[in-house]
Design a protein around this ligand. Structure first.
Ligand SMILES: [Zn+2]
Length: 445
């Protein structure tokens, strides 16, 4: 009887109450050092790290945030601060991002005025360093920009958004939209694959343009294709038909070239349910030792923005490990015409889109969005976020979207190192394409 009692007490302790601490950063890029000390870091902020412990034991440098028994969330209001006490128990605040313990029935969980991320208790992985490259004008990138067809880009946006009544992850329309993308990638000869991670949700789809020098080195262009709200219609034009349409459109253009490194075009689902598809993808990549050099995420790049106070720029969130990757946006923007100016935002507290799944695993990644939706105190919020009215029309003037696509294309091409162009007259069957134009038949390794 006594033994059973002890066991129960241990079990209760183990499964519920946990202690959470905070360690302040003394330096940027401190993750690897923190992890090397054997601390269980489960999240990183601008200021420091969240550390999880099973029992109370505090060291000098640690700040005790409290004990919790339910789920922990990060929450950032999209507009100015509202009363968050009704949400749950606030343990920590940094800028306008809150660490809150909430019940699964908290009224704040389904409130579209909040960006919310449920914290998984998986440990952060060490940073993989981004190798900075030299950027100079590239004739292939100039060629791509010259041949960028605005009308085709808009056509893909409209087609993707109108293809299904809803792309909510479990809706049949999400399954069919993923299948449509798969078929398009296949036509381009990009060897698409589905990635199933749940029986309820549509799978991820990933396509591959294999590098001809170092195919094991990979850059990823990612967007989530699923959308909101749960009840149809859910056109999800800005969020995130825009990013998904760009992934498909850039696959069409870039597949006319060959690069030193492999480019993966990744459309994920389950983003709106908590980054499920991208978490699964990043987890597997990390397990398999995939050599991901960098990840470009695009989420809500269709809306023209309000252009205040000056003309609209692309908000670009980066973490401690991704500053060099973000800076390439600035460098490339200076080189060519018709690109969108980036606004670089140091924002490790941007937990709210798929780049975060890669940050957890230590990969360099950035996220582009018209306006940062309140995250890291950056104002500007899309008025039709997660509503039935998130339509192509409500994105406004698509000039911003076009320039953003051109910018991502130029960045992705520079990073992956273009080597040659395939003749436009190539056959539909990639086994027989005409290599005589620019691509030599054998590329010296
Ligand atoms: Zn989104």
């Amino acid at each position: 009887m006594k033994k059973v009692f002890i066991f129960l007490v241990l079990f209760v302790n183990f499964s519920f109450a946990k202690e959470v601490y905070f360690i302040k950063k003394t330096d940027k890029n401190q993750r690897n050092e923190i992890l090397s000390r054997g601390l269980k870091a489960i999240a990183e902020t601008k200021e420091g790290f969240l550390i999880l412990k099973e029992k109370e034991e505090i060291s000098k440098e640690e700040i005790y945030l409290g004990k919790f028994e339910k789920n922990l969330y990060f929450l950032t209001p999209r507009y100015e601060d509202t009363n968050l006490k009704i949400c749950g128990n606030i343990l920590y605040k940094e800028e306008n991002t809150y660490l809150i313990e909430m019940d699964t029935n908290s009224p704040c969980l389904s409130n579209p005025n909040f960006r919310i991320h449920k914290i998984s208790f998986e440990e952060l992985k060490p940073f993989k360093t981004f190798e900075k490259i030299k950027i100079g004008k590239d004739p292939f990138v100039e060629d791509m920009l010259q041949n960028f067809d605005e009308n085709l880009a808009i056509e893909e946006f409209i087609n993707l958004v109108s293809y299904a009544e809803s792309r909510y992850s479990s809706n049949i329309g999400c399954f069919s939209s993923v299948e449509r993308a798969y078929n398009l990638f296949q036509e381009l000869g990009l060897d698409p694959e589905y990635q199933y991670y749940s029986s309820k949700y549509a799978p991820n789809v990933v396509a591959k343009l294999e590098g001809i020098r170092e195919p094991d080195k990979i850059f990823i262009l990612i967007a989530h294709i699923d959308d909101m709200p749960k009840t149809p219609p859910a056109p999800g034009a800005n969020d995130n038909g825009s990013g998904s349409a760009m992934v498909i459109n850039l696959a069409k253009i870039l597949s006319n070239y060959r690069f030193a490194y492999t480019i993966k075009f990744l459309l994920v689902t389950g983003e709106e349910q908590g980054l499920i598809g991208s978490t699964y993808y990043a987890y597997n990549s990390h397990q398999n030792g995939e050599d991901i050099l960098g990840v470009l995420n695009a989420d809500m790049i269709g809306w023209e923005g309000d252009g205040k106070p000056t003309s609209e720029d692309l908000d670009l969130s980066y973490d401690d490990n991704s500053e060099a990757l973000a800076q390439i946006f600035e460098e490339v923007y200076q080189l060519y015409d018709g690109l969108i100016p980036p606004l670089l935002i140091y924002c490790p507290t941007n937990y709210y889109s798929d780049h975060y799944s890669f940050w957890v695993k230590g990969y360099p990644a950035i996220m582009g969005i018209t306006d940062n939706e309140g995250i890291c105190n950056k104002k500007g919020s899309y008025p039709y976020y997660h509503t039935h009215r998130d339509t192509v029309e409500n994105c406004g003037n698509l000039d911003f979207f076009i320039k953003t696509q051109r910018t991502y294309m130029a960045i992705l091409a520079h990073l992956s190192k273009p080597l040659c162009k395939i003749s436009k007259e190539r056959s539909h069957n990639f086994n027989f394409f005409d290599l005589t134009n620019f691509c030599p038949i054998k590329i010296e390794k």
